[in-house]
Design a protein around this ligand. Sequence first.
Ligand SMILES: [Zn+2]
Length: 157
Amino acid sequence: MNILNKVKQGMLDSTKAIKEISSDVTELTKLKIALSKDLTRIEELYYDLGKKMYALFEKDPHIEVDEEVSSSLIEIKATLERTKEYQLKIESLKGIIKCEQCGYEVDENDKYCSNCGNKLKLLILEKINEEAVNFEEADENKEVEHTAVDDIEKKPE
Ligand SMILES: [Zn+2]
Protein backbone atom coordinates (compact mmCIF):
# COMPACT_ATOMS: atom_id res chain seq x y z
CA MET A 1 0.00 0.00 0.00
CA ASN A 2 1.42 3.37 -0.91
CA ILE A 3 1.99 6.13 1.58
CA LEU A 4 -0.89 8.31 0.37
CA ASN A 5 -3.43 5.54 0.89
CA LYS A 6 -2.05 4.88 4.34
CA VAL A 7 -2.52 8.53 5.20
CA LYS A 8 -6.05 8.55 3.81
CA GLN A 9 -6.96 5.58 5.94
CA GLY A 10 -5.44 7.14 9.06
CA MET A 11 -2.87 4.36 9.41
CA LEU A 12 -0.04 6.81 9.93
CA ASP A 13 0.07 9.86 12.10
CA SER A 14 0.32 12.98 10.03
CA THR A 15 3.82 14.09 11.10
CA LYS A 16 5.38 10.74 10.29
CA ALA A 17 3.43 10.50 7.03
CA ILE A 18 4.58 13.93 5.84
CA LYS A 19 8.19 13.01 6.58
CA GLU A 20 7.90 9.78 4.61
CA ILE A 21 6.19 11.49 1.68
CA SER A 22 8.74 14.28 1.50
CA SER A 23 11.72 11.92 1.63
CA ASP A 24 10.12 9.71 -1.04
CA VAL A 25 9.35 12.71 -3.22
CA THR A 26 12.86 14.08 -2.81
CA GLU A 27 14.43 10.77 -3.76
CA LEU A 28 12.08 10.38 -6.71
CA THR A 29 12.75 13.92 -7.88
CA LYS A 30 16.51 13.42 -7.60
CA LEU A 31 16.33 10.22 -9.63
CA LYS A 32 14.12 11.84 -12.26
CA ILE A 33 16.50 14.77 -12.59
CA ALA A 34 19.53 12.49 -12.83
CA LEU A 35 17.80 10.33 -15.44
CA SER A 36 16.69 13.30 -17.48
CA LYS A 37 20.20 14.82 -17.41
CA ASP A 38 21.77 11.59 -18.63
CA LEU A 39 19.17 11.11 -21.36
CA THR A 40 19.88 14.62 -22.59
CA ARG A 41 23.61 14.01 -22.41
CA ILE A 42 23.26 10.81 -24.44
CA GLU A 43 21.47 12.74 -27.17
CA GLU A 44 24.30 15.29 -27.20
CA LEU A 45 26.93 12.56 -27.36
CA TYR A 46 25.18 10.83 -30.26
CA TYR A 47 24.93 14.18 -32.04
CA ASP A 48 28.62 14.96 -31.41
CA LEU A 49 29.62 11.51 -32.59
CA GLY A 50 27.67 12.03 -35.80
CA LYS A 51 29.25 15.43 -36.41
CA LYS A 52 32.75 14.06 -35.76
CA MET A 53 32.08 11.14 -38.09
CA TYR A 54 30.81 13.51 -40.76
CA ALA A 55 33.87 15.74 -40.38
CA LEU A 56 36.09 12.71 -41.00
CA PHE A 57 34.00 11.83 -44.05
CA GLU A 58 34.36 15.38 -45.40
CA LYS A 59 38.14 15.16 -45.04
CA ASP A 60 38.26 11.75 -46.69
CA PRO A 61 35.13 10.71 -48.67
CA HIS A 62 36.62 7.27 -49.18
CA ILE A 63 36.88 6.61 -45.46
CA GLU A 64 36.18 2.99 -44.67
CA VAL A 65 32.90 2.66 -42.82
CA ASP A 66 30.05 0.23 -42.49
CA GLU A 67 27.49 0.44 -45.31
CA GLU A 68 24.74 1.80 -43.05
CA VAL A 69 27.02 4.49 -41.66
CA SER A 70 28.04 5.33 -45.19
CA SER A 71 24.44 5.76 -46.35
CA SER A 72 23.77 8.12 -43.41
CA LEU A 73 26.84 10.17 -44.30
CA ILE A 74 25.77 10.41 -47.94
CA GLU A 75 22.28 11.49 -46.91
CA ILE A 76 23.68 14.16 -44.60
CA LYS A 77 25.82 15.46 -47.44
CA ALA A 78 22.88 15.60 -49.86
CA THR A 79 20.64 17.25 -47.27
CA LEU A 80 23.26 19.87 -46.41
CA GLU A 81 23.67 20.69 -50.09
CA ARG A 82 19.90 21.03 -50.45
CA THR A 83 19.63 23.39 -47.49
CA LYS A 84 22.35 25.60 -48.99
CA GLU A 85 20.45 25.67 -52.27
CA TYR A 86 17.19 26.60 -50.50
CA GLN A 87 18.92 29.34 -48.53
CA LEU A 88 20.33 30.85 -51.69
CA LYS A 89 16.93 30.74 -53.39
CA ILE A 90 15.26 32.29 -50.35
CA GLU A 91 17.83 35.07 -50.31
CA SER A 92 17.29 35.85 -53.98
CA LEU A 93 13.51 35.69 -53.66
CA LYS A 94 13.57 37.99 -50.65
CA GLY A 95 14.97 40.65 -52.93
CA ILE A 96 11.84 40.76 -55.08
CA ILE A 97 9.11 41.18 -52.49
CA LYS A 98 6.53 43.69 -53.64
CA CYS A 99 3.85 45.69 -51.87
CA GLU A 100 0.48 44.03 -52.41
CA GLN A 101 -1.30 47.36 -52.57
CA CYS A 102 0.84 49.31 -55.04
CA GLY A 103 3.39 46.84 -56.43
CA TYR A 104 6.32 48.91 -55.19
CA GLU A 105 9.44 46.82 -54.53
CA VAL A 106 10.12 46.65 -50.79
CA ASP A 107 12.92 45.37 -48.61
CA GLU A 108 12.39 42.18 -46.60
CA ASN A 109 12.88 44.15 -43.36
CA ASP A 110 10.42 46.90 -44.21
CA LYS A 111 7.32 47.00 -42.05
CA TYR A 112 5.53 49.51 -44.24
CA CYS A 113 5.66 50.20 -47.95
CA SER A 114 7.83 53.27 -48.47
CA ASN A 115 5.66 54.24 -51.45
CA CYS A 116 2.10 53.95 -50.14
CA GLY A 117 2.52 53.18 -46.43
CA ASN A 118 0.76 49.81 -46.64
CA LYS A 119 1.57 47.50 -43.70
CA LEU A 120 3.79 44.73 -45.10
CA LYS A 121 4.71 42.26 -42.40
CA LEU A 122 1.92 39.74 -43.01
CA LEU A 123 2.38 39.82 -46.75
CA ILE A 124 6.09 39.04 -46.41
CA LEU A 125 5.47 36.18 -43.98
CA GLU A 126 2.84 34.74 -46.31
CA LYS A 127 5.21 35.04 -49.23
CA ILE A 128 7.98 33.17 -47.40
CA ASN A 129 5.61 30.41 -46.28
CA GLU A 130 4.30 30.09 -49.81
CA GLU A 131 7.80 29.66 -51.16
CA ALA A 132 8.62 27.09 -48.49
CA VAL A 133 5.67 24.99 -49.68
CA ASN A 134 6.71 25.45 -53.30
CA PHE A 135 10.21 24.22 -52.54
CA GLU A 136 8.80 20.99 -51.15
CA GLU A 137 6.58 20.48 -54.17
CA ALA A 138 9.31 21.35 -56.63
CA ASP A 139 11.86 18.98 -55.17
CA GLU A 140 12.36 17.20 -58.47
CA ASN A 141 11.46 19.79 -61.10
CA LYS A 142 12.99 23.19 -60.64
CA GLU A 143 10.12 25.27 -62.00
CA VAL A 144 9.63 27.52 -58.98
CA GLU A 145 11.97 30.17 -60.23
CA HIS A 146 10.55 30.14 -63.73
CA THR A 147 7.00 30.53 -62.44
CA ALA A 148 7.98 33.43 -60.20
CA VAL A 149 9.86 35.16 -63.01
CA ASP A 150 7.01 34.59 -65.48
CA ASP A 151 4.53 36.21 -63.09
CA ILE A 152 6.66 39.30 -62.74
CA GLU A 153 7.23 39.59 -66.48
CA LYS A 154 3.52 39.32 -67.24
CA LYS A 155 2.44 42.04 -64.81
CA PRO A 156 3.62 45.29 -66.42
CA GLU A 157 1.23 45.64 -69.38
ZN1 LIG B 1 2.77 50.14 -51.42
